[in-house]
Design a protein around this ligand. Sequence first.
Ligand SMILES: [Zn+2]
Length: 475
Amino acid sequence: MILRTLLALMLAVQPVVAADLPDLGEVSRQYFSDQEEQLLGRMILRDVYADPRYLDDPGIEQYLDQIGYRLVSVSSRNQQRFNFFVVSDPTINAFAMPGGLIGVHTGLLLAAQSESELAGVIAHEIAHVTQDHIARMVAAQSQSQWPTLAALGLALLAARSNANVASAAIATTQAYSIQNQLNYGRDYEREADRLGFETLTRAGFDPRGMESFFGRMQRANRFYDTSAPAYLRTHPLTTERIADMSARSESAPYQQITDSLEFQLVRARLRAMDDSPQEAVRAAQAALKEGRYSSAAAARYELVTALARARRFQEAEAELQALLAGQAASPMIAQLAGDTALAADQPALALQRYEAGRRAYPEYGPLILGTLRAQLLGGQPADALVLVERQLLLRPGDRRLWHLAAEAHARLGHRLLSHRAQAEAAALSGNLVAAIEQITLGIKAADGGFHELSAAEARRREWQQAETLQRERRQ
Ligand SMILES: [Zn+2]
């Protein structure tokens, strides 16, 4: 719900002429304090995760993270934390939000004809973040030069308070007034294009990716001014922008960049998850038979995924073996091998496959999550606990690991530690109220030692303070 409001916020209805822009080269962080931006980011993230259209797929998210951070690392704000996520939506769109949040629609992942095209759009969005465009738009419109978090917070809250008609009416009015102002103007678009192009080039993608994607969109939509796809309404595309992109592309040295296998696998996975399972199987079988694919391995990967979804495990296993016998190697294929066994309710085989995958790709997070699931499903919660605790030392910010830690503790009868892990997962998802509830349940369970109990109490105080601050800022 809130995601839709946010998307609406990002949609351009009328282009705004951004007046009095400071010199675009140097951007001071005067619009939000870092703390405010983090707070806002956390509020938005909670709504993202709660939205049914959020695609909770660690493998695809990991791929997007890889592309995203490859770009971020050569951008002007390479120290900032970004959060890339996928939204199940067939429209071609991507959007940036405060706190370094960047959402990508599945429609965009499927429409991109090369990895560099996808990276071009993400690089453009990253530039909107590094240049503080959203905060500046709010600043340009409000009376004071210092927009408060409350102004945006209210807009964000509008959808959430639907049940409460009285306050919703007030919030909605404010949300609309902000909505009409939030669209990227020409200056912002030009800047995001220019910086995005630089980032794209520096990160080693084909710099022509940007022009080929935007150019194709423009040609496809020449005759549909009023029903332009969401992306074009959010980021108004002008002849001038296209001309600038062409000029930049022409001056770029020619280089042939090969797409990663993962780019094809991610798209194969999305296609296999689309439609009814039987329809997805039919489509994948036809594509494989008729040779309509850019990668044979990806075509087979799609078929295995679709067959497992249709619970046709024997056929899935046969196609998987054909895939594994081929030349293609990727952590996503190792993951698929484990996932197929797990879906067929064979946790021992799944565990064996995930562990083999981890020997080849020790850093690949989804294989660790798979191992933990197989251990829990196979009745080995003590092993799962050892592994998850070791992993949490390396990645304490991984909410999926905390969920699995909670499950391992629960199976072992550790009530305090299970609730504590649930609470950490909730806090990382931006939901402090749920975090406080969970940790309170844990403290009441009173089955921990003195140290565990006092640690939990300290953690609860910390969250209570942060939650109070959040509430104050919203008023
Ligand atoms: Zn834009």
